[in-house]
Ligand binder design. Structure first.
Ligand SMILES: Cc1cc2nc3c(=O)[nH]c(=O)nc-3n(C[C@H](O)[C@H](O)[C@H](O)COP(=O)(O)OP(=O)(O)OC[C@H]3O[C@@H](n4cnc5c(N)ncnc54)[C@H](O)[C@@H]3O)c2cc1C
Length: 427
């Protein structure tokens, strides 16, 4: 039996959530959004801007899914670089998607500014710390590929990255200057507060149990009321259930964890990540580090531990922190705030947008890089609802495809993680 409540540390400093309740009666709306993460909240903001009557429902609370549990790194990159994106999507469509990704962190920070969202936003860049010579080559190439798209990046040598990180464990770093970090739960709550102020109806503790319909009339049942909507934006991501047949089979769910130390004293903060940039290293099973606003050092990674995962994570996190930051000899963790969450990994490691049926839209495949991407995709789905010409969508809709043998996803992700760890040792 676990003794850890598994709450994200972000709860400690996020402003309280705006008051919401479960749906209590039937209603009708132009657009129903299912899922109150970055995708759903941002989509609602854009639809509200265009004068649509919007209702948003969420099974649990605002930001309950990956959006309130992530690391808070806002970065304008996905796991594929421009050449691979163009190879996959073709030059025209690929360029549109790459440009959207390159501008996606600007997009998040501009929403924060526009709505005055209180979410401890710091825009001081992001470091991809390079752990091997092979990855130095990959990052040099990454840097060259993103430059033509206006990316504000610098490739740092070992000395320069050590100065920003307070660690000599890396061969250098890709410094992405337009990136930053936020309290992601506070960002979700801030968007929700703005939506409610603008008159959008948000219902929490309101799972969509079933949906039926066609074309211009969708009927979505919840435990305490039925919603009739002309259009539905389904943004349940890695937490998708059986609401839309086949949706949860179109990706592999991966678990990531985060763990926070107690606040470090000023001397340690000046020595560990003195530049305060969030860091993800180039390992396939990445080590991730960043501070929250109170100076807690948060670290994270991937895990698949069926039982006793908490204790293993504490041991793993402690050994990683001591290896990368030898000055941090005795990390004390906030064990009440050891948390995990799910992400959607797609077979080609690219995001996908689907028109599931007439007037039903979704996207999937954050592949662990989803704050900027999901927030921006919210606007793309809003454009879809507003019938903006599909030729101008930066991510074109495709047919949803199930991943073969997805029911064995736990086994598949375990094997993938073992391969990642092996690859990290050799390259
Ligand atoms: C531990 C962790 C660390 C991460 N770190 C980073 C990071 O540092 N930077 C980064 O860019 N990305 C990161 N990510 C990825 C990022 O968090 C996600 O890509 C992003 O939050 C996805 O947002 P979303 O709105 O699409 O989905 P979610 O936030 O998962 O929202 C989906 C919502 O749908 C709701 N839902 C599901 N089914 C129903 C239903 N039937 N009815 C009603 N509601 C339903 C769920 O309750 C959930 O709240 C991380 C993810 C995790 C888990």
């Amino acid at each position: 039996m676990s003794t850890h409540p598994h709450r994200p540390i972000w709860e400690l400093s996020a402003p309280v959530a705006p008051e919401t309740a479960a749906l209590g009666s039937d209603l009708e709306t132009d657009v129903l959004i299912v899922g109150a993460g970055f995708s759903g909240l941002s989509s609602a903001l854009h639809l509200q801007d265009s004068g649509r009557n919007v209702v948003l429902i969420e099974s649990h609370s605002i930001g309950w899914g990956a959006s309130g549990r992530n690391g808070g790194h806002v970065l304008p990159l996905i796991r594929k670089d421009p050449k691979a994106i163009v190879e996959h999507c073709g030059a025209g469509q690929g360029d549109g998607l790459i440009q959207m990704i390159a501008e996606s962190a600007d997009y998040v920070f501009s929403l924060i500014e526009r709505y005055g969202i209180d979410c401890d936003a710091e825009r001081n860049g992001w470091l991809q710390a390079i752990h091997s010579d092979a990855q130095m080559k990959v990052c040099r190439d990454r840097y060259q590929q993103w430059l033509p798209y206006g990316a504000d990046m610098e490739l740092l040598n070992a000395q320069q990255s050590a100065e920003l990180m307070g660690s000599f464990s890396y061969k250098g770093a890709l410094f992405v200057k337009s990136a930053g970090h936020i309290n992601p739960l506070a960002f979700c709550r801030g968007m929700a507060k703005e939506l409610i102020a603008q008159g959008v109806r948000i219902f929490t503790d309101t799972p969509a149990l079933s949906m039926h319909g066609s074309g211009k009339r969708w009927e979505v049942k919840t435990p305490s009321g039925t919603i009739i909507a002309d259009k539905v934006v389904l943004v349940t991501a890695a937490y998708s259930d059986d609401l839309w047949p086949g949706l949860k089979k179109s990706f592999l769910p991966f678990y990531l964890y985060n763990i926070a130390t107690k606040p470090l004293d000023a001397e340690l903060q000046a020595s560990v990540l003195p530049g305060r940039q969030p860091v993800t290293d180039t390992r396939s099973d990445s080590h991730v580090f960043h501070y929250d606003a109170a100076g807690r050092l948060i670290s994270g990674g991937t895990f698949i531990f069926p039982t006793g995962w908490e204790e293993r994570i504490v041991r793993h996190a402690e050994s990683v922190l001591k290896e990368i930051f030898p000055q941090l000899q005795n990390p004390q963790f906030e064990l009440d705030y050891l948390w995990r969450g799910k992400i959607s990994m797609t077979a080609d490691i690219l995001p996908h947008c689907h028109i599931l049926a007439p007037n039903v839209y979704t996207w999937l495949g954050c592949n662990a890089r989803g704050i900027a991407l999901a927030t921006r995709m919210g606007a793309v789905l809003a454009d879809a609802v507003n019938e903006v010409d599909v030729e101008s969508w930066p991510l074109r809709p495709t047919a949803m495809k199930p991943i073969p043998a997805q029911e064995f996803s736990r086994l598949m992700t375990s094997v993938m993680l073992a391969c990642y760890r092996l690859r990290d040792k050799v390259m």
